[in-house]
Design a protein around this ligand. Sequence first.
Ligand code: ADE
Length: 252
Amino acid sequence: MDSILGIMGAMPEEIKGIADLLENRKEVVLGQRTYYTGTLKGKPVVVVFSRWGKVAAATTVTTLILRFGITELLFTGVAGGFHPELKIGDVVIASRLIQHDMDSRPILPRFEIPLEGISFFEADSRLVQKAERLLKERTVPSVFHSWLDEEYRHAFNVQAPIVWVGDIASGDRFIADPDDKAELQRLLPSVICVEMEGAAVAQVCYEYKIPYAVIRTISDTADHNSPVDFPSFIRHVASRYSLEIVKSWVED
Ligand code: ADE
């Protein structure tokens, strides 16, 4: 079977940059998404913006699998940091993903996915290792610095980004209230960052047996202490990361 890499981004800006690199690019519009097909370094890929939230991301990845026949998925985006040592501009590779708003109590334990009997989805260990290797090779500050304009590195105080591998929680809620953050940290102590799509994509990939990796750039600290200009961070920092991650992924 030919391998086809699905590249999904949770931000339109990251997808635009990647779609612009495609060779033999074609566009297919389905269900209010534009899927860009083509090759990158000769490798077949399909690139799409997931939109936001679990349902949006789950339907998009299902389309990638059933309509475009992807055999592997790379999902990039941003996340709010939970771990106290995570800094804005750090990158997290998901080892496991959990849906923090899944709650079927009293029928099932909190967080358990109905009929799956699990709460955490494990990302594909081969892809996690590949992501870690590629990112760490590129984590050398000078390389990271060459991706980012001096002005934005300064504005967002991105100095020497660190690559983490850890648990990610997803839910249909942007976490910006310190009480919400504290409660989730208490319930899910292994989670190091939070976003709104990854664990939904993980569930679909698990059910269809598609290996996947989720890689997130930390954009805020999921509380009131996030002075970040979100759109600017996405455009000038997170999108650059995503582009370089995808380039190194297909070059490897
Ligand atoms: N994505 C980026 N930051 C986030 C946050 N604080 N909560 C949920 N999703 C996010």
